[in-house]
Design a binder for this molecule. Structure first.
Ligand code: GLV
Length: 325
């Protein structure tokens, strides 16, 4: 009998076709996020789940899906999946690293430039009919070129962000659990420093760490207080890495100049305090959202799922202990 794959959110047609070539597919064309109980009912007899960061994959779900062999997340981050629970049940979990690096780096730069040069604020000003004429001191921003870029989390995406800094003649400071090799550091004009040094010296601080209990509120009131009053903070990592209340306060008091935020604590809900601020550029978790990249991510998740169903080790296995366990 054909394997059953549940695809929890709307994906591209060619991704569904690829899955249908190897399995019976139940999809969710409405794209409505499924409540935990709905997902459990739909996946009760599923062999594979192709899911998204909006799905919570935990022990209570796994216990209700005894046939499940693989959970293929359409995301590089996987804090929505309880890996230990998957491993304990022999369920493989996979993510989509690599395919979204450049697109996400592009967007981190969009937020940096947008926040520094007040792009969305300027557009609001224009649209609201407030522009009556050119002024020398109109909407003054901060320069990006030749500024110091600080990157917290120097994995593949962090390095893609750093590569772009060369075109802006920016030295790069970075913090990461492990140091890059000397040739890579030289190539990126990057220096490994302690977090406090980075916060104090950087003109732009970009966060690119995964979310975990260890990175919860990595940037809070104390860290924001270390930053320059002219600095810009960009969060393209995960909601919860920044203490949003503390950030709103810092932006309100102008103890930092501006921020660009793509991810929020408790999203899609977010602190409405952001909306009262002009010095923040806000986006709804779209850093990887180009057509090519989102298709690539969904295709890679499908490939991971199909590999497991055909008895092969998936390319992006997160819990190797579940392989043949
Ligand atoms: C997006 O946030 C991802 O983790 O891929």
């Amino acid at each position: 009998m054909a394997h059953k794959v549940v695809v929890t959110r709307e994906v591209f047609d060619d991704v569904l076709e690829r899955l249908r070539a190897g399995a019976t597919v139940v999809d969710n064309p409405s794209d409505r996020p499924l409540a935990p109980d709905e997902l459990a009912v739909l996946a009760a007899d599923a062999d594979a789940l192709v899911c998204a960061l909006t799905d919570r994959i935990d022990e209570s779900l796994l216990a209700r899906c005894p046939k499940l062999k693989v959970v293929a997340n359409i995301a590089v981050g996987y804090n929505n999946i309880d890996l230990a629970a998957c491993t304990a049940r022999g369920v493989m979990a996979t993510n989509t690293p690599g395919v979204l690096d450049e697109t996400t780096a592009d967007f981190a730069w969009a937020l940096m430039l947008g926040a520094a040069r007040r792009v969305t604020e300027a557009e609001r000003y224009l649209r609201e009919g407030r522009w009556t004429g050119w002024q020398l001191k109109q909407l003054l921003g901060v320069d990006v070129h030749h500024a110091t870029l600080g990157i917290i989390g120097m994995g593949r995406i962090g390095q893609a962000i750093a590569r772009r800094a060369q075109g802006f003649s920016m030295p790069v400071l970075y913090c990461n659990r492990s140091r890059l090799d000397a040739a890579t550091e030289r190539g990126l004009n990057a220096r490994w420093v302690a977090r406090d040094e980075l916060l104090a010296a950087a003109d732009f601080v970009v966060l690119m760490v995964p979310y975990s209990p260890a990175t919860h509120h990595l940037i809070g009131a104390a860290e924001l207080a270390r930053m320059k009053p002219t600095a810009v903070l960009v969060n393209t990592a995960r909601g919860g890495v920044v203490d949003d209340r503390a950030l709103i306060e810092a932006l309100r008091q102008r103890t930092i100049a501006a921020a660009g935020i793509d991810v929020f604590e408790g999203e899609p809900a977010f602190d409405r305090g952001f909306l009262a601020l002009d010095n923040v550029v806000l986006a709804p978790h779209i850093a990887s959202s180009s057509t090519a990249t989102r298709r690539g991510m969904a295709m890679l998740a499908a490939r991971n799922a199909l590999c497991v169903l055909s008895g092969e080790r998936p390319p992006n296995l997160l819990n190797p202990d579940a392989w043949k366990s």
